[in-house]
Design a binder for this molecule. Structure first.
Ligand code: AMP
Ligand code: MG
Length: 409
């Protein structure tokens, strides 16, 4: 029996075999929630031209330097400039132009006096306060410079990004469409929820759990329950799915029993690996590339918690690579441990935890115990407490790394 591989080595090998899917141009509103396939570089400046940030009067600061409420400066108003007015204008010394918010500042003007500091005159204007050079002028390029990278590749587009792109005049952007994930459960004991259980039978939770987990990453996920332990039936079902899959996840049938259907069915395929990963839960794992299109297939263990942890640790980063999302690895945060915990040296341990945020920062308490069949504990958890291979026990009060599960960081 080969030595177990480490979590990092297994993940590294997986990522070595997963290539990003092709990207296509989409309208920016259709791209919301998807990562950018390449970086976005501004082709123009924001603002595109010097413009007024107030309704007021464009002037030369020098001309109004002596203005005060007691000794107003009076200037002739030689033009009205509205937002969208594209006429080239030149302000002569000793004059003012009435200007609206967003309107281009005429050349020769170096300040805007807000209407509040004037008598709002239309033919001539009395100005009752001085203006410093640059006052109430939004300078061209002060926000974004041409050539600047405004979004790195892999940025998940949200409303603010879409607003920025639109402001830059960009209406379409390259993204990878939602990947299609096929989730297959296996096991003669499985019965669909909503149906009557016979003796020894259980409801299929994993196909729902993993389909939901895949959808939570933005994938389109198809649930394919195979309530059987016959390798040929499994292979037939798999064959029928490959045409609509960018990635396949199976659950169950990969341990050391006598009816390990997935392992039996796929063991002899080229480019499939089955073995043990030094982690708890999730020890038995399979991974490979399947079919003509060499689609990544993850053969996850059958215990519900093991399958879910394996999904978060291995499948989620692969899905990120498929769509070009960064960072590929879910970031770990830190929280203060609420009680003592034990771990298995030599294995990376993923305990279910409940993280709460309080005035003293993030705290985490283990929930549900370490058993990998404990669906109730999984339902109560919102995080995985990650204990490294070197750790045997951790005392309450220690800061520990946690992977937050309810938010797709
Ligand atoms: P296996 O590796 O197929 O022997 O599965 C290990 C354990 O996980 C067994 O107790 C199975 O009954 C259970 N199991 C496997 N698949 C599922 C599933 N889809 N839903 C719930 N439990 C499962
Ligand atoms: Mg099974």
């Amino acid at each position: 029996m080969a030595e177990p591989v480490s979590v990092d080595d297994h993940l590294g090998r997986i990522l070595d075999h997963v290539r990003p899917l092709p990207s296509y141009a989409h309208s920016i509103l259709d791209a919301i929630g998807r990562p950018t396939a390449s970086k976005v570089v501004a082709r123009r400046a924001l603002p595109a031209f010097d413009n007024s940030s107030m309704d007021g009067y464009a002037v030369r600061a020098d001309d109004v330097a002596a203005a005060s409420a007691g000794t107003p400066v009076t200037l002739p108003v030689v033009a009205d400039i509205h937002a969208g007015d594209g006429a080239a204008r030149m302000l002569k010394p000793g004059t003012a132009m009435r200007i609206m918010t967003g309107a281009p500042v005429p050349s020769g003007a170096d300040a805007v006096v807000p209407v509040e500091a004037t008598d709002a005159g239309a033919v001539k204007v009395q100005i009752t306060a001085p203006a410093r050079v640059g006052a109430f002028i939004r300078r061209a390029g002060e926000d974004v410079q041409p050539g600047e990278t405004v979004l790195p590749a892999g940025t998940v587009l949200g409303p603010r990004h879409v607003g920025l792109l639109a402001g830059l005049g960009i209406d379409r952007i390259d993204i990878v469409p939602r990947p299609r994930v096929v989730v297959m459960s296996t096991g003669a004991e499985l019965v669909e929820p909503g149906r009557q259980l016979g003796p020894g039978a259980i409801h299929d939770s994993n196909s729902f759990l993993l389909t939901a987990a895949a959808r939570a990453t933005g994938a389109i996920a198809y649930r394919v329950p195979v309530d059987d332990d016959d390798p040929q039936r499994f292979l037939d079902a798999l064959d029928g799915q490959l045409g609509r899959a960018d990635l396949v996840v199976t659950t169950g049938g990969v341990s050391k029993g006598t009816r390990d259907v997935v392992k039996e069915a796929l063991r002899t395929k080229p480019d499939m690996w089955f073995g043990e990963v030094a982690m708890q839960p999730g020890k038995p794992q399979g991974f490979g590339l399947i079919g003509e299109d060499r689609i990544p297939l993850f053969a996850l263990p059958g215990n519900p918690v093991s399958s879910y942890v394996s999904f978060e640790v291995f499948v989620a980063p692969a899905l990120r690579r498929l769509v070009g999302r960064t960072p590929e690895l879910r970031p770990l945060f830190r929280a203060e441990l609420g009680e003592d915990v034990r771990s298995l040296p030599g294995k990376r341990q993923f305990l279910r935890g409940d993280v709460t945020l309080g005035p003293g920062g993030a705290k985490v308490v283990p929930v549900g115990g370490p058993g990998s069949h404990l669906l109730g504990g999984l339902g109560a958890a919102n995080a995985l407490i990650v204990l490294d291979e070197s750790v045997a026990s951790v005392e309450a009060g220690t800061s520990v790394p946690v992977m937050l599960l309810d938010r797709d960081y």
